[in-house]
Design a binder for this molecule. Structure first.
Ligand code: PMV
Length: 312
């Protein structure tokens, strides 16, 4: 019996990935840039047996073989089976609510490829692991790293140049605030949401170019530690991504009334002089971006906020 272990953080995109140019290989229409949250993530233990089917345990509960989560995972594991008769035993622990727009699939597939690397002693470099994680979930390519990561969209049809790299910058004052509106499972998964947007939204034509521009602006802002440019560009990027979803047919709106109320609250706080911005993914929750100096004001205004420090 071969065994392996891997762990990986959740990441939040500051410049988003929305749209696939190749669905089977998870090749994106545009690059993206993220920050990892080491306090949240996935831990995976895995073993390979010569006989028997896969057995998948999520948060100490054995999953039914026909569960969508298991089917997707087993399909991914097909890339790596030494032979057709054996099976993987996978035990996964998430410290994030699964499928609530907090990217448990990102930390999940990143932890899984690390566990596979450990199990089979491949000793792959991070960018190679990033490439493999991408095949499981696009955003997982960015969860191989702590801190800021940049996923190059790549140009090749085989995807060999589509992986993430670490951005060399530490920013100890950088904070992420989680405003959880609703942590139940989202109605439309990101793959389906992306396909619907790419195929049925006229506004989408403008997205890939804007996304690449925002990515470059945020990358520069990280190197310069220019927080206001970073925050404003990230918030605008998230809203532009959601605009393409709203303008598709049938429409996709991940927001709840409470999400919109929270956005107004953030804008109001900015008016009052608090330097805070938000970003949102394929779910109703807000992620706030701010520097440590603003923590006391924000905890007063939004006591329900969970404050995380990516560089702690
Ligand atoms: O990697 P996926 O298929 O879960 O897609 C992630 C999509 C967003 O979270 C909305 C954006 C991003 O870049 O993380």
């Amino acid at each position: 019996v071969k065994t392996g272990y891997g762990q990986a953080p959740v990441n939040i995109a500051l410049s988003k990935y929305w749209g696939k140019r190749d669905v089977a290989l998870n090749l994106p229409t545009n690059g993206s840039l993220s920050i990892s949250l080491p306090e949240l993530g996935t831990e995976t233990r895995l073993s390979w047996h010569e006989t028997g089917p896969d057995k998948i345990t999520l948060n100490n509960e054995e999953m039914a073989p026909e569960a969508p989560f298991v089917k997707r995972l087993s399909r991914f594991l097909n890339f790596f089976r030494p032979d057709a008769n054996g099976g993987f035993d996978v035990e996964t622990l998430n410290t994030v609510p699964t499928a609530a727009g907090l990217a448990s699939s990102a930390s999940g597939y990143a932890a899984l490829v690390k566990a596979l690397d450990d199990c089979f002693q491949w000793q792959l470099a991070p960018r190679e692991l990033s490439l493999l994680a991408r095949l499981g979930s696009g955003s997982a390519s960015r969860s191989l790293y702590d801190g800021f990561a940049l996923w190059h969209k790549g140009e090749r049809a085989d995807g060999l140049d589509s992986y993430a790299e670490k951005i060399d910058q530490t920013w100890p004052e950088f904070c992420i605030g989680l405003l959880e509106i609703d942590t139940s499972t989202k109605p439309i998964g990101s793959t389906q949401g992306m396909q619907q947007t790419v195929n049925h939204c006229e506004l989408y034509q403008a997205w890939p170019e804007k996304a690449e521009q925002d990515l470059a602006t945020i990358h520069r802002a990280i190197l310069d530690k220019d927080f206001q440019t970073l925050g404003a560009t990230a918030e605008n990027n998230a809203l532009a991504m959601h605009a393409t979803m709203i303008a598709t047919w049938p429409p996709i709106l991940y927001w709840q009334p409470e999400s919109v109320a929270a956005m107004h609250r953030v804008w109001q706080l900015r008016q009052e002089g608090v330097t805070v911005y938000f970003t949102m993914d394929a779910g109703p929750n807000l992620k706030l971006l701010f520097l440590e100096t603003e923590t006391p004001a924000l905890m007063r205004a939004l006591p329900e906020m969970k404050c995380l420090k990516p560089f702690a």
